[in-house]
Design a protein around this ligand. Structure first.
Ligand code: F6P
Length: 544
């Protein structure tokens, strides 16, 4: 298969696609009960391991033939070639004409990727070293605020990728975090977010990190201006800004205009997408919380999974398998969503983080060369930590009419051993995967003496697919591997669908319209929208 074939043949015209369609017709009616009964080793065979993660994908509605065909599809779509092109720094983000090099953010010192004559890994480490020096100064109390007091509170202001990664990582790695520092996160332009995040904090002990790749995002700039007023309201003069504001951005010009000293700016590059940036300087709050060494462990985890993705044969490659299975369910079984259920309270924001990663990446309806797709692309990702989800929406997954493939994530050891909590927690991971796959038959329900009329209500059809992902413990390293796992699964899916997983044009229109509407809310100007928008604006004018 030449590179040209890989990019020009429409997906549904590929030989492997046609084979998968036929194969789906045969497998659709087969039950996991039957597949397991016919293959006693299935649960030990259909697993893969890498970078400290164990993936059990045996409870999927697949056979060896399915995997073979999906791998053939990956080959026909040029997955390995596109992956290698990404690692080489080629401009695979075609609609923005950019390289896609988040993998360079976690390459060890000494490795090199040259883009336009510049060794980006060297630049990455220069920023990391500056971040580390800064983090050490703040954490040790050497960095003093305007009145000479040490920093006790860190407030990250950002939105989307400049917020979700930092919040998720802060929550996930709380165990490793400095407990005598307070961390808060402001993202929403709803002033409530800012007011509640700064409530009770003393400006003289508070450091704001203004995180924005572009440094033009309306929400972030509005919150940053309010933070500035909040600080200066107490600290008085403008010179306080240098001690209480740092910026993380690719836009030095706008940072300077805002009044932040470029010496207090930590840069990154246009080849880091916002949703792929938590391991860049956008992770400054993470580094302040867990320290430079912890942050480097996080990067090492990312890198270990990158290496797994780059070098492991596709049939044993965790993100490739997960990505192909997502395509299998989305395109052949018509599954619209994927549930991600981390059995860890620390991972409570992981599903929200994954929503941007997956849906901003793969929620696209045109191919790289601009053709409308005639197949399904990115699923809706959603989830909640187990076991909470079990007592709310799992009912629908077990007995509803929709097929929801689910990822269940668990850990061998808890960071907070208390009595037998962890065994109870993990028993639920295994029980849910078992119940979803095998269900409970009518005969089994009857054998329990259930009255006839109630039997149908108590039957579990089963045949609901799951991936179970296990790691030893939720360390910074393990978090890095988990995030990279999903990043590369997203890449795999996007490559099969032939879409640009690294642009996000779909967020633009709403932003432009909001900017047009803002002055219309503040004055009685004539309105020229559709009748619904006009009426809503008039109603708001009356209410405000
Ligand atoms: O509106 C979407 C988006 O562009 C995301 O892709 C990005 O993560 C977020 O806004 C924030 O952008 P910035 O970091 O430039 O403020």
């Amino acid at each position: 298969m030449s590179t040209t074939d890989a990019t020009t043949t429409p997906l549904r015209a590929r030989a492997a696609w046609a084979s998968l369609e036929r194969h789906h017709g045969a497998i659709r009616e087969r039950h996991l009960r039957e597949l397991f009964a016919g293959d006693p080793m299935r649960g030990e065979r259909l697993v893969a391991e890498g970078a400290g993660l164990y993936l059990d994908y045996s409870k999927n509605r697949i056979t060896d033939e399915t995997i073979g065909l999906l791998l053939r599809l990956a080959e026909e779509c040029g997955l390995a070639e596109r992956r290698d092109a990404m690692f080489r720094g080629e401009r695979i983000n075609v609609s923005e004409n950019r390289s896609v090099l988040h993998v360079a953010l976690r390459m060890p010192k000494g490795e090199s990727v040259v883009v336009d004559g510049v060794d980006v890994v060297k630049e990455v480490h220069e920023v990391l070293d500056r971040m580390s020096a800064f983090a050490d100064r703040v954490r040790s109390g050497e960095w003093k605020g305007h009145t000479g007091k040490a920093i006790k509170n860190v407030v990250n202001i950002g939105i989307g990728g400049s917020d979700l990664g930092p919040v998720m990582a802060y929550e996930a790695l709380r165990h490793f975090s400095r407990r005598d520092l307070t961390f808060r996160f402001v993202s929403n332009v709803d002033s409530t977010d800012f007011v509640e995040a700064t409530r009770g904090l003393a400006p003289e002990e508070t450091l704001f990190i203004v995180s924005s790749k572009t440094f033009t995002t309306l929400e972030t700039m509005t919150n940053a201006q309010s933070a500035r007023e909040w600080s200066l309201g107490t600290l008085g003069d403008d010179s306080a800004i240098a001690k209480h504001f740092v910026a993380v951005s690719t836009n030095a010009e706008e940072v300077t205009k805002f009044g932040i000293d470029p010496d207090n700016m930590f840069g990154f590059w246009d080849w880091v997408g916002g949703r792929y940036s938590m391991d860049s300087a956008i992770g400054l709050s993470t580094m302040l919380a867990i320290g430079p060494d912890g942050f480097r462990d996080l990067l090492a985890g990312f890198h270990a999974l990158d290496e797994h993705f780059r070098t492991t044969p596709l049939e044993r490659n965790l993100p490739v398998l997960m990505g192909l299975l997502a395509v299998w369910y989305g395109d052949f079984f018509d599954a619209q969503t994927v549930g991600v259920m981390p059995y860890s309270q620390y991972l409570q924001r992981f599903p929200a983080y994954l929503q941007q990663l997956t849906m901003e990446s793969n929620g696209k309806h045109v191919t790289l060369d601009g053709r409308r797709v005639d197949y399904q692309t990115g699923a809706v990702f959603w989830g909640e930590p187990g076991t909470n989800g079990q007592h709310s929406f799992y009912q629908l997954i077990h007995q509803g009419t929709k097929l929801v493939p689910v990822d269940l994530i668990g850990f061998g050891k808890t960071l907070n051993p208390v009595r037998d909590h962890h065994d109870i927690l993990m028993s639920n991971v295994f029980a849910q995967a078992e119940a979803l796959a095998f269900g409970k038959t009518e005969d089994e329900v009857r054998a329990e003496g259930t009255p006839d009329a109630i039997v149908p209500h108590r039957v579990f059809e089963g045949n609901r697919p799951t991936n179970v992902i296990l790691a030893e413990q939720l360390t910074p390293y393990a978090l890095g591997t988990l995030v990279a796992l999903y990043e590369h699964s997203v890449f795999t899916q996007g490559t099969i669908w032939g879409i640009d997983s690294f642009d996000q044009w779909g967020v633009e229109l709403g932003k432009v319209l909001a900017k047009r509407i803002i002055p219309e809310l503040e004055s009685e100007t004539e309105l020229a929208h559709d009748s619904s928008t006009n009426a809503l604006i008039r109603r708001y004018r009356a209410l405000r």
